[in-house]
Ligand binder design. Structure first.
Ligand SMILES: O=C(O)CCC(=O)C(=O)O
Length: 299
């Protein structure tokens, strides 16, 4: 059995800690089945959701940007995205004008009429997407700790959905996204950590835990991921705990997370407009550690 690194832990595929994601491509046209699956599993993983060629074109936008920032190892083919020795990750959220100038192909994928009509169908009404987007390139050793997205974007409706899109074929070694199956039912964590707002509460990182085994041993559940291909997408709600495996390769893992909701529902004002405000207060005051906060919450 193969093992993969998540934080400072090794997880074995096929063990009680790690399994494969279920693909919902076969029910893509069946809205009722999609809703039931989302309810049951907490996510929808859809292979070939986007046009693969367009995704690979968008990948080149990110690679050219990384090259202009001096982040690509000199003398290596750009398409491989080999990380320069400084090993710096990058995130390019921010103004819509900047994103349109730098990454037009990326924007056309995540704002594509097919994506919007998918959410319209799933949610049962006209959908909108946050103007703020979260494209990122993760360097060697980088990973994301376990969290609910609600702590970053909970000021409007709670019925917001994240779509995570890899801009390449991403092997597990390159740091894929993983869902914590069952975490949508962690009642006590939803009532405590799940009520947190990072701009109000100043809790460092916003991650619930950096230890994927501790959560499973204490609260139950199982991590699930897969080898993603360019064109795939995974969609999940605000109370689905997720994290990423570590990027153990010498190539960037390039992906984005983008958000969708019903246009008729209240929207978190930090993430919309030409120049979204973003996290305006988080980090401006002394930060509390999540360990301290968890002691207070009793979780
Ligand atoms: O790509 C990552 O490492 C994290 C993505 C994430 O947290 C999200 O999609 O909400």
């Amino acid at each position: 059995m193969k093992t993969y690194t998540m934080g400072s832990r090794q997880l074995e595929m096929g063990s009680r800690y790690l399994t494969e994601l279920r693909c919902s491509k076969d029910i893509l046209q069946d809205t009722k089945a999609l809703r039931e699956r989302l309810q049951e599993d907490g996510y929808l993983f859809i292979r070939g959701f986007h046009n693969r060629e367009e995704v690979l074109q968008a990948r080149m936008e990110f690679l050219r940007k990384l090259e202009s920032m001096g982040r690509i190892a000199p003398g290596t083919p750009l398409e491989q995205g080999v990380i320069a020795k400084e090993n710096k990750s990058a995130m390019w959220g921010g103004s819509t004008d900047q994103l349109s100038a730098d990454f037009p192909q990326f924007l056309s994928i995540v704002n594509h009429p097919n994506v919007m009509s998918f959410f319209e169908r799933l949610l049962g009404g006209p959908a909108m997407t946050y103007d703020f987007k979260w494209p990122r390139a993760i360097g060697h050793g980088g990973n994301t700790g376990a969290h609910y997205d609600i702590v970053y974007m909970g000021r409007g409706t709670k019925q917001v959905y994240t779509m995570w899109t890899p801009f390449d074929d991403v092997s597990l070694e390159k740091g894929t996204l993983a869902m914590l199956l069952g975490s949508q039912h962690y009642a006590k964590i939803k009532e405590t950590y799940g009520e947190m707002d990072v701009d109000r509460d100043h809790v460092a990182t916003g991650w619930f835990s950096e230890d994927p085994i501790e959560i499973v041993d204490t609260y139950g559940g199982q991590w699930a991921t897969t080898a993603f291909e360019a064109g795939d997408a995974i969609i999940f709600g605000m109370f689905m705990m997720h994290a990423s495996l570590n990027n153990s390769t010498n190539q960037y893992r390039i992906s984005s997370d983008t958000r969708y909701q019903l246009a008729s529902e209240p929207v978190d004002e930090r993430w919309i407009g030409q120049k979204p405000k973003g996290h305006y207060a988080w980090g401006s005051k002394p930060m509390k550690s999540v360990e301290e906060a968890r002691q207070e919450w009793g979780v």
